[in-house]
Design a protein. Sequence first.
Length: 464
Amino acid sequence: MTMFNSCRINNYIITSQIGEGAYGLVYRAIDIHNDREYAIKAVVQGSSVSRGADMDGGETYRNSAKLQKRLAKLFRESKNIVRTPSIDLGSIENMKEEDFKKLPHYKEISLHLRVHHHKNIVTIREVLQSAICTFIVMDYYPTDLFTSIVDNRHFITNGLLIKKVFLQICSALNYCHEHGIYHCDVKPENLLLDADDNVFLCDFGLSTTSTYLKPNICVGSSYYMPPERISFDNAKCSSSKIRVKGHKLKKMCSSCNGDLWSLGIILINLTCVRNPWLKADKTEDNSYYYFTKDPTVLKQILPLSDALYSLLSQILQVNPKKRISLQDVMKEVSSITSFTNKGPLSKVPPLSKSVYEKFSNPGDATGKTMSPKQYTYMDNRRMDKNLYCTSSSDDDDRVQEEEENDGGSRSGSLGTLDTDTGLHSSFTSTSCDSDNESSKVPNKFSLLEKKFNELHMSATSLTN
Ligand SMILES: Nc1ncnc2c1ncn2[C@@H]1O[C@H](COP(=O)(O)OP(=O)(O)OP(=O)(O)O)[C@@H](O)[C@H]1O
């Protein structure tokens, strides 16, 4: 695998590779203008493929290796400096569904831009378009929630920190949902942390504007995927209804409630450093199978307090329609007084109203035109946001219980530079004369999945 240390994209010098995903490579970089660090995600141009749990590690590797190779060529040909135009963020944000058909990889960026004003969502600073890929320049965060939970054991004694982090995640998701964006890939690897333990949601690669999704579409990471996306009973499926564990469902499943399920699993991760099952599929996973027979099994396999069990059993409802609302989850977590049945998390203070407000409603989450992010309540070295949002969350006609096209209802002024896509662009010129370097970076994704696997309660243990 080639690394591009010291190569430059406009004013950003790449310092290391920090991520490798299904359709993107993420680099750490320094802006020579202000010495600030950024993360630059290179997204393959024209990738329209739906990224799903069915994608194996090999495929991920092949895709990123291909992109890596193309980037190497790009840097080589441009003598290690790539000069590339910056695309107007407003015109990306206002892209429509038909634009995504031409430029599918812009959907991730467009949906992300519609919500990045929230304080707990990663801020996009710039989008650069090169001949072979699109570079998303984002604020850089030093760690992710997986590393923090598993490697650093950062939460095992600190119930208040769990509350803060969890409420910030809820707040970010709630904001997305209010703006008609459903993340669909909520997992600890997609939640970044700053030095003050503030959380930032990233990776909108699977996000959608569809209020309802078809069942069994199988997108995301299997640990966090709700059962209706993977394991509804095909045999019992009639033309207009599906069943999940015998519950009749309308043929479409609420996207919002899918994200909610993932949140429930993250709450277990934070409090127990475990995953309850590998996959919410009762034909493939014994733990999940026994859970569907008797939810109190959760208390046998995890050290849950009665209060947390009660909350989890309302979140992890197999029938998505029966799940507790996100707002109620937040209130419950705020007031809960024990997470576990023993140890340091068995006593947790309830949050005062003002602290709850601070974590759950950190910024202006009400308006159509959002004010810049404000970093008010923590010591924060982050610079002020100078982007602005030009589009609103149109009151899209939500075609409920009908198959929906993904989004496509937002409108906005289109640019004049590229009549095909409506994207405005501007050019920043720079120069660089450093050489490429080569080195190996482990595939972090697979390492993390492996670690959680190791920590996961053996799927067969309940049968013993
Ligand atoms: N802004 C950022 N700051 C620091 N690290 C980041 C940032 N954005 C992404 N990363 C790191 O890069 C990893 C991959 O990023 P991202 O999830 O956006 O890519 P992806 O190609 O969609 O990955 P996947 O296929 O695993 O979902 C993240 O898990 C995180 O560790």
